[in-house]
Design a protein around this ligand. Structure first.
Ligand code: SF4
Ligand code: SF4
Ligand code: SF4
Length: 326
């Protein structure tokens, strides 16, 4: 039986399997959005080298199990066209596509289908995810990121280190308003009220969800500028799972990218370098939210509408603690 150099194997996003001598290939799908022209190469790798199946990971990557380790060089040759098309042609800086994905750690950037196909979508999530991929992949640090098109968060960015949620500023045209109150009744944060047969919006309570736009029968509400809510510190894992909390809201796209850049710098500075990877939330627990906030907001113009959380209580729980059993 051939012994596997696990470091060497995982270097290009192959994983050691419980089945000896076999590995699983992990294939990135930025934003969970893949043109069907790439299906044949995935099918060929799975059928010729794997066990004929493809597992869809919870984080929207494709995983191809059952590949004999000695076949990795052949799989790499096939995978090169996928990496060239999905990553390099989209602007990701990968110089050697023949070697496979250049790093095992930075996880796939997940996204819901967003405004490309969902009526509730406030932003083009796949486009933003692909832009994040271009800007921050390969990199070397683990930061699980997700993009949701609206506050419904179908893609569960609240379980990511950083979740980006599309918001919209609703614009009101009183001339088109019939005073039917549909928007008022459907606003999830009670931000709308009627006053002299016209609608008033409380900007401080508004979530930017866009529900009023959808519920208005006359088009009196329309979508204004897109903004983003950023939630941080979500994670699963065997130690202490918890949901992310809102850090920022009503920030623009440029501020999002500057923020992510600063978060990577913060991680580089404060992460536990004895561990191969550490969730952002654990690092924030160690430094405190105040240090995190100060470091990652440096040099960013958040804009006049932005709101920053004064403090964050993450909650969550540790497995086996604080649970009463019958
Ligand atoms: S999160 Fe919003 S935009 Fe995305 S799929 Fe769900 S409802 Fe649609
Ligand atoms: S965007 Fe959402 S929260 Fe804001 S006013 Fe419209 S329905 Fe209410
Ligand atoms: S749903 Fe439209 S028409 Fe009805 S009250 Fe609201 S803005 Fe006016």
């Amino acid at each position: 039986m051939m012994s596997l150099n696990t470091k060497l194997v995982s270097k290009n996003a192959y994983f050691i399997s419980k089945n000896r001598g076999r590995v699983t290939a992990r294939v990135r799908v930025p934003g969970g959005n893949l043109e069907t022209k790439y299906f044949p190469v995935i099918q060929e790798i799975a059928e010729r080298y794997g066990n004929g199946t493809v597992h869809l990971s919870a984080r929207q990557a494709l995983t191809i199990p059952g590949i004999p380790a000695e076949k990795i060089p052949e799989v790499r040759r096939l995978m090169a066209s996928y990496i060239q098309g999905v990553e390099v042609a989209a602007g990701v800086n990968i110089t050697d596509v023949e070697s496979g994905f250049p790093t095992p750690l930075p996880p796939n950037i997940i996204a819901c289908i967003g405004s490309r196909d969902c009526a509730l979508g406030n932003v083009d999530t796949a486009e933003l995810a692909q832009k994040l991929e271009r800007t921050f992949y390969p990199g070397g640090l683990m930061l699980k990121m997700g993009v949701a098109g609206c506050a419904n968060d179908c893609v569960k960015v609240h379980m990511q280190d950083v979740g980006i949620i599309g918001m919209v500023e609703p614009l009101y045209d009183p001339a088109r308003c019939l005073s039917c109150e549909s928007c008022v009744k459907n606003c999830p944060s009670s931000a709308l009220r009627m006053e002299n047969y016209k609608v008033r919006r409380d900007g401080l309570s508004c979530l930017g969800c866009g529900e009023c736009v959808l519920k208005c029968p006359t088009g009196a509400w329309s979508r204004g500028s897109p903004y983003y809510r950023v939630v941080i510190g979500g994670r699963t894992g065997r130690k202490h799972p918890r949901s992310a909390r809102t850090f920022l809201e009503w920030i623009n796209e440029e501020a999002v990218f500057r923020l992510i850049k600063n978060i990577f710098a913060y991680l580089e500075k404060y992460r536990n370098k004895n561990l191969p990877k550490e969730h952002l939330g654990y690092v924030i627990d160690r430094t405190g939210y105040g240090v995190f906030r100060q470091e990652v907001l440096q040099g960013i113009n958040l804009g006049p509408k932005a709101k920053v959380a004064r403090y964050i209580n993450f909650g969550g729980y540790a497995y086996g603690k604080g649970v009463a059993y019958d």
